[in-house]
Design a protein around this ligand. Structure first.
Ligand SMILES: Nc1ncnc2c1ncn2[C@@H]1O[C@H](COP(=O)(O)OP(=O)(O)OP(=O)(O)O)[C@@H](O)[C@H]1O
Ligand SMILES: [Mg+2]
Length: 139
């Protein structure tokens, strides 16, 4: 599925719709360049799931947790230095637990750990600053 969102309001509408279909255990892999909108997407989804706090990039901690209708785990692997650090971040355990929903920015860095069943969301910035969003789901 592919769609273009031309502003933050459109992007929010898209994320709200996406959030409504999420179930505990879902793993969402977010790809796209720096500043494409991955963290912004998680922020909109978390808000729709009832989290009222601040959603920021977990760049230094690798993981932020938010409590909404279900737990929300937000990883950003951009600064990951080693496989050991990925395990320490709790990714492995959280994936095994199947609790809540798990978002992973820069999943390329932890490809070996990720489940084959996932939802991939790729964001491309278009020349007019709108975003092309491609969603693919593995079985
Ligand atoms: N149509 C749009 N959709 C999404 N974001 C937009 C749009 N237009 C502008 N933006 C802006 O683009 C920026 C996206 O930043 P964000 O932190 O979400 O990117 P990111 O993909 O998480 O980057 P990083 O890889 O550094 O973590 C935000 O400042 C957001 O307001
Ligand atoms: Mg980010």
């Amino acid at each position: 599925m592919e769609t273009v969102v031309s502003n933050l309001q459109d992007f929010n509408n898209f994320a709200v719709d996406f959030a409504k279909r999420l179930k505990p255990g879902d793993v969402v892999l977010l790809t796209g360049d720096l500043g494409a909108g991955k963290t912004t997407f998680v922020k909109f989804v978390a808000r729709e799931l009832g989290f009222e706090g601040l959603v920021t990039s977990p760049t230094f901690t690798l993981l932020n947790e938010y409590s909404g209708k279900m737990p929300i785990y937000h990883f950003d692997m951009y600064r990951l230095k080693s496989g050991a650090e990925a395990i320490e971040s709790g990714l492995d355990e959280i994936l095994k637990s199947g609790e809540g929903v798990c978002f992973v920015e820069w999943p390329q860095k932890v490809a070996g750990i990720l489940p084959s069943k996932n939802i991939m969301l790729d964001i491309t910035v278009l020349p007019d600053n709108s975003r092309k969003i491609k969603v693919s789901k593995t079985q």
